[in-house]
Ligand binder design. Structure first.
Ligand SMILES: [Zn+2]
Length: 404
């Protein structure tokens, strides 16, 4: 642990560094933290007293006395409930809002259904309502909210809080000044952060998920679309034009007849979209009438879950479709492995329900495609989070910015 300043200096950066040490270590005494931070006990005590007053540090009782005997030291701990975060994940069909403590644990949540391509004003109004009702429900003074984070779909300009293009909300038009509009409606100075939801999702894995001890992390969310969240050396990658992670439009099969939503043929997304897998299943019904995929459903009723389930039950058509998807995923992910060399790739979205067959095939295929002599078995995992991941990551991001 490097020394963080001369004893006696009570600069803000010193104070924050001490608070972060306490935040990351649980319960400590003044002497313990003084040793850790290489600052005098007097300085540490001053800082503790300052934060006790601020409500961010709590006195946690008495510790054990030292070997030399003497008084039992007073112990201090970070107060997780010294502040709160409001986060909202905008899904194409719902708004999922949460209030969390400073450890990004959800205290209260609210799910509001929205219609397809719901208007901008209505979405903003819904977010404001969720904010007010959750804050009231938890009885939180507004000055204790340290920040607000909104996870959006599409191309998002984090620095300016602008949603440049949102494929699910075409009626909003381009370059929506979402942050400014929300700020005005909330009529408050609470800092607001807006980013593509996938960037909050990858942050959630780093702070509270499977990638906790990792520095280089890629999260892939596949479903109807395909997008990646990328952390390199602990930093979220956004790129010069906020396009970093739009991997769905990497061309991986130029000879394909599959036209992507973007109008180009052979995009990664168009090869693995659930729409294509369902279409292939439907087209194969005549040839594979006894497939388990159709056992309980007519052609129009099959879901992606039917295909996942059939592949895990050893069904021929189910395995064929998932082999095809694993093959295209392997090509796309190999390109990412060779570009970023991540410690881990974590799958999000509907594919986390694909089960053992898909991930086994994907790991095998990546090992074959990427020519990388590393054990990919340990590097590709399904996320352990559910649909709350975006909101948790957004809240964790606010907290991490606040204590930076
Ligand atoms: Zn495309």
């Amino acid at each position: 642990m490097p020394s963080i300043g001369k004893p006696g200096s009570l600069k803000l950066s010193n104070r924050k560094a001490i608070l972060n040490m306490l935040r990351n270590s649980g319960v400590l005494s003044v002497a313990e933290l003084s040793q850790k931070a290489k600052l005098s006990k007097t300085t540490i005590l001053k800082i503790f007293n300052y934060y006790v007053k601020e409500g961010l540090v709590l006195v946690a009782g008495k510790g054990e006395s030292t070997d030399e005997g003497g008084k039992k030291p007073i112990m201090y701990e970070f107060n997780k409930r010294g502040g709160f975060v409001f986060a909202c994940h905008i899904f194409p069909d719902a708004l999922y809002s949460v209030i969390t403590d400073l450890d990004s644990s959800i205290l209260s949540s609210r799910n509001t259904a929205i219609k397809e391509n719901e208007g901008l004003n209505s979405v903003i109004e819904n977010i404001v309502q969720s904010f007010n009702s959750l804050v009231n429900e938890e009885n939180i003074p507004k000055n204790k909210i340290i920040g607000i984070a909104i996870g959006a779909h599409g191309i998002t300009d984090y620095n300016n809080g602008v949603i440049i293009h949102s494929p699910h909300f075409q009626s909003w038009g381009e370059n929506v000044e979402f942050k400014n509009i929300l700020k005005e409606k909330l009529n408050s100075d609470i800092p607001i952060f807006i980013d593509n939801q996938i960037r909050f999702q990858v942050f959630a894995e780093k702070v509270k998920g499977t990638a906790r001890d990792k520095k280089n992390i890629i999260v892939i969310e596949g479903g109807a679309g395909l997008v990646a969240g990328i952390i390199v050396k602990d930093e979220i990658k956004r790129g010069a034009h906020n396009l970093a992670g739009e991997i769905g439009h990497m061309i991986i099969n130029p000879n394909s007849d599959e036209t992507c939503a973007c109008g180009v043929k052979g995009c990664f997304e168009s090869m693995v979209t659930t729409r294509r897998l369902l279409r292939i299943a439907g087209e194969s019904k005549e040839k594979y009438p006894d497939s388990l995929i159709f056992k309980n459903s007519g052609r129009n009723d099959i879901s992606i879950g039917d295909i996942f389930r059939a592949s895990n039950q050893g069904d021929g058509l189910g395995k064929k479709i998932m082999d095809d998807a694993a093959g295209w995923y392997a090509i796309g992910l190999s390109n990412l492995v060779l570009t970023y060399d991540p410690d881990i790739i974590i799958l999000h979205g509907i594919f986390i329900k694909a089960g053992d067959y898909f991930i086994k095939r994907l790991r095998e295929r990546i090992s074959n495609v990427s020519l990388v002599h590393v054990n990919m078995d340990t590097r590709i995992e399904y996320s352990k989070f559910g649909s709350e991941v975006g909101a948790i990551g957004a809240a964790a991001y606010v907290t991490s910015e606040y204590f930076k």
